[in-house]
Design a protein around this ligand. Structure first.
Ligand SMILES: Nc1ncnc2c1ncn2[C@@H]1O[C@H](COP(=O)(O)OP(=O)(O)OP(=O)(O)O)[C@@H](O)[C@H]1O
Ligand SMILES: [Mg+2]
Length: 194
């Protein structure tokens, strides 16, 4: 069950993972994009963590909205508006308290904004299998890892990575990796357990 406290804990852990792996995310992006995904994401989650320190939240809805605004305004790049849309849509479904409904709304937000379909080597290639697993109550670290690895053979046809064409084949998509940290943090927290 989703509470204000476990939502803050989840997203704090996500933020910490992004900061820890900032160099790795940028390295992945330097192989198929412009090398800024780690610094973009770290700037966004840093702003989110600062907001968490200074805000008394009443309900999960406020936490998601604050996260959306921080990521949207600070990440820049393609991923800022995409993560911003995801968390905005998640806020709207937060009252259901159902994490599977909430993540699925987030995915719809990303799809609406970015118009990517599965298999185009973007972050949604992690969001889609995670949503499916959550619906079956079967999200595991393996599901997340496999989704990330599955982006390797894909050829990017959306975003900046599409500029490198066939050279995008063989590498992990950086946005898929940053999304994996979001779901690893979800798995490690207590939202799915209580
Ligand atoms: N249309 C899209 N739909 C979903 N995800 C996308 C889309 N376009 C890009 N992405 C994701 O965004 C990630 C890249 O984010 P990043 O922060 O590096 O922005 P960027 O591409 O460098 O943006 P810009 O070109 O504006 O600087 C990709 O790895 C991919 O997962
Ligand atoms: Mg980039």
């Amino acid at each position: 069950m989703l509470t204000t406290e476990n939502t803050v804990n989840w997203l704090t852990s996500f933020g910490e993972k992004v900061i820890e792996n900032k160099a790795y995310l940028s390295e992945l992006d330097s192989l198929i994009g412009d090398g800024d995904h780690g610094s973009n994401m770290a700037r966004g989650v840093q702003a989110m963590l600062e907001k968490f320190q200074s805000t008394e939240f009443k309900e999960p809805n406020d936490v998601f909205k604050t996260t959306a605004m921080a990521l949207l305004s600070k990440i820049g790049g393609a991923s800022g508006p995409l993560y911003g849309s995801a968390f905005m849509e998640m806020a709207k479904q937060s009252e259901t308290g159902d994490i599977s409904v909430i993540i699925s709304a987030g995915l719809d937000g990303i799809k609406k904004r970015g118009r990517a379909e599965p298999g185009e080597k973007t972050m949604i290639d992690v969001w889609v299998p995670v949503c499916e697993a959550l619906q079956e109550n079967q999200l595991t670290k393996q599901v997340i890892d496999e989704a990330v690895q599955a982006t390797k053979p894909m050829k990017a046809t959306k975003g900046r990575a599409s500029y490198v064409g066939d050279r995008s084949i063989g590498e992990i998509d950086p946005g898929a990796m940053s999304s994996a940290y979001l779901f690893e943090a979800l798995l490690e927290g207590d939202i799915l357990n209580d």
